[in-house]
Ligand binder design. Structure first.
Ligand SMILES: [Zn+2]
Length: 731
């Protein structure tokens, strides 16, 4: 007897539905729980061959070596550009610069529609966070896409050679990441896994690791690596203890030439000194091994992480290296690299390279060919001996370059579009490109070195010296835009804003005024007495860069100079909307609150700056003043003491501390701070009167009289002080 088919079908259907329901229950919401945590670490400017695990004898890199020992080390790995922003964009998107559209530092925004690895993990239910340490990765360039938290807070820094807010040291970046791991990530059993990206910037020049890391290393550069290695140990300990297995990938965006091929740092050439990077991988189920081939590429990071975490694959230019990491022999894939920096910054020919495991061709006015196996240092150009190989590889390179997606230009800002257009990248279609024209970077590297050593590094500290060298460089090659940019900075530092304006207007005339330049132009127009023109330039820059806070801060400075407090407040508020923790926006808003007499609001804002930057002397001083006014004397004195400890020659902090001590019945302690404040300058009548009154309180009549006399010399119109002095003159 056969059963009726009906109920069977029904049961079958119910079963299918039940299974589907189960599957549905396991997908998006609850599925991530079983997945591993993922940690991506990028060490800026880190050469592979300066790590112990890559055979460097002088290395002090126990953490990275330990990671290599317990994981998979790719002997050869390469980035796609010797520059932070383009190379990181490749790591984060799985695309070469041809397709993600970021071609240089500081000027390009990741186009809409280019998806990041963080978006993949976020969509899969991961908690995503990034902690970056260098200016080229600020959120306004689009790197924050897909991150729940994108921490790009960079401290102001004390290095007079450099602009403020450009770097965060590895200890502080690690602190921030550990804080997130301990709080937001709260790795309970049922919690969703995390995707965490930590970027360290320390091996980038200048090489100045904390003193205790400089002993026992072969060079200051190695000291920076050692410092990062020690901080990475803290990070790994926390990730390993997070209650879930973790996929860990450590790599770099590019290396550092360290003098090879005549290049001091990175950014111009495409030799392995800057293109080869470390690539260390640890993941559940992977046994320790060294993978000799294939060469790992920056574009392979995304598909590899996605694969190891069990997320669905999607098409990018790179491929997953999971099977290679598991011991399977994968065929090598060629790799593209570029540097448009020589063209965009120097007006020279750009460089493009095509690389297989064995050969590299570099497209330049004089193309080069290297046998990487026989000549890893790329000292012997073989292009003359092997022209057919050059032709064949060049053909592949040009084919890849012809596929540039319009995406790269379409979504970029106006300035980027202009730059891409000038390079012929907009609407590039098929066919072969002509040999690049302009100076071959090989012939110009000496100028780059002079610019770096005698221009950029001293533009702010020895501006007149820098101006001389930069002027000489411009005489040799007037097309070097970066030299004009640098000279404008030097002129500004030398207190010659009108000269700075002239150089920046020249950049503008050539259609090469970047938004960063526009801010410098605005500042120098203001300083040279042209507030209206300054406001015009800044307002235009604000319109063209909806995520760039700096022009708003500079516009607020113009408003304050024009005594338009309301407009300044509005500009600061808009800057803070873009970057809630921008310290200068917070400071501006706090100062405005103080001007308006809203001490409570000012206090809150200064306190927030100090949460971000506990040693900010300006905020310590101002919060001290606010606390003093509200009668919290001890707290005020404590804050002011910290400000003075941090900046012993800060005249403002010294004066307020002196005043706070004097008005708290501690005149004997106050006097030396008045004296130090006057020594630090400026010598104001207010400071002199404070000193005079305090000396008087201590019975030092001659001392008091001297201070009052000097005060009256500065400002004769002080009847009270004149009266006091008269009193003192009587026996
Ligand atoms: Zn970099």
């Amino acid at each position: 007897m056969s059963r009726s088919p009906e109920p069977t079908r029904k049961i079958g259907r119910l079963l299918v539905l039940a299974v589907l329901a189960l599957v549905a229950a396991c997908t998006p919401a609850s599925q991530p729980q079983g997945r591993p945590n993922v940690l991506l670490v990028t060490i800026d400017t880190q050469r592979a061959d300066h790590l112990g695990c890559y055979g460097y004898k002088a290395a002090v890199t126990p953490t990275l070596d330990g990671l290599a020992a317990r994981g998979v080390r790719f002997e050869f790995a390469v980035g796609h550009a010797p520059l932070t922003a383009p190379s990181h964009a490749s790591i984060l998107t799985g695309l070469t610069p041809l397709h993600h559209g970021i071609r240089d530092n500081g000027a390009y925004v990741l186009p809409q529609g280019v998806r990041t690895v963080a978006e993949d993990f976020q969509k899969a239910g991961y908690r995503t966070a990034a902690f970056v340490s260098g200016f080229p990765l600020k959120r306004r360039f689009g790197f924050d896409r897909g991150f729940d938290l994108y921490d790009d807070n960079l401290p102001r820094g004390k290095d007079a050679r450099r602009t403020a807010y450009v770097e965060r040291t590895a200890d502080r970046t690690t602190d921030a990441a550990l804080h997130w791991l301990a709080s937001a990530a709260a790795p309970g059993a049922g919690a969703a896994p995390f995707f965490l990206w930590v970027h360290y910037f320390d091996p980038h020049a200048p090489y100045e690791a904390p003193a205790e890391y400089m002993g026992g290393v072969a060079s200051p550069y190695d000291g920076e690596t050692r410092f990062v290695d020690a901080q990475l140990a803290r990070l790994l300990k926390s990730v390993d203890g997070a209650g879930k297995p973790a996929v860990i990938l450590v790599t770099a965006d590019h290396g550092e030439s360290l003098g090879e091929h005549g290049e001091d740092t990175h950014g111009i050439f495409l030799y392995d000194a800057t293109i080869r990077v470390p690539f260390l991988l640890v993941a559940p189920g992977l046994s320790p091994r060294v993978v000799d081939r294939p060469v790992a590429r920056g574009i392979d990071v995304l598909p590899t992480l996605v694969d190891l975490a069990g997320l669905p694959a999607r098409a990018v230019e790179g491929r997953s290296l999971r099977r290679a990491a598991a011991g399977e022999r994968l065929a090598d894939e060629p790799s593209y690299a570029e540097s448009l920096h020589p063209q965009l910054q120097y007006g020279w020919a750009p460089l493009h390279a095509w690389r297989t495991a064995k050969y590299k061709v570099i497209e330049a006015p004089r193309a080069e060919l290297y046998d990487l196996e026989a000549d890893p240092g790329e000292a012997h150009d073989r292009s003359a001996q092997d022209p057919s190989r050059v032709a064949a590889m060049r053909k592949e390179l040009l084919r890849a370059m012809a596929t540039t997606t319009p995406d790269a230009s379409q979504a970029a800002d106006a300035e980027t579009r202009e730059k891409l257009g000038a390079l012929g990248y907009v609407g590039t279609a098929g066919g072969s490109a002509p040999t690049p024209t302009g100076r071959d970077p090989k012939d110009g590297i000496g100028l780059v070195t002079r610019l770096g050593r005698n221009g950029m590094t001293v533009a702010r500290t020895e501006p007149e010296k820098a101006i001389r060298e930069l002027t000489a460089l411009l005489a040799e090659d007037p097309g070097m835009l970066v030299v004009l940019r640098t000279r404008a900075v030097a002129y500004a530092a030398a207190g010659r804003p009108a000269d700075a304006v002239r150089d920046l207007r020249e950049l503008e005339k050539r259609g090469q005024l970047s938004s960063e330049d526009a801010v410098v132009l605005g500042d120098n127009l203001r300083l040279s007495g042209h507030p209206k023109e300054a406001a015009q330039v800044l307002e235009r820059t604000i319109r063209d860069n909806p995520k760039f806070a700096q022009p708003l801060l500079s516009l607020a400075a113009v408003d304050l100079q024009e005594r338009n407090v309301d407009a300044a407040a509005a500009a600061y508020a808009r800057a803070r909307e873009m970057e809630p923790d921008n310290p200068e926006a917070l400071r501006g808003l706090a100062d405005v609150a103080l001007i308006r007499g809203d001490a409570e609001q000012a206090g809150k804002l200064y306190a927030r700056i100090l949460e971000l930057e506990p040693t900010d002397a300006g905020a310590l001083t101002k919060l001290g003043v606010v606390r003093m006014r509200s009668g919290h004397r001890d707290e005020a004195i404590g804050l002011l003491q910290r400000a003075v400890e941090r900046e012993p020659k800060n005249g403002e902090a010294l004066l307020y501390l002196a005043g706070a001590l004097a008005s708290s019945g501690r005149p004997a302690e106050a006097v030396p701070f008045f004296e130090r404040a006057l020594a630090a300058g400026p010598r104001t009548s207010m400071a002199l009167n404070g000193l005079g009154l305090t000396r008087l309180e201590l019975g030092d009549r001659p001392g008091a009289a001297a201070a009052f006399r000097e005060s009256l010399k500065l400002d004769p119109d002080q009847p009270d002080v004149a009266g006091k002095l008269k009193e003192l003159g009587r026996p």
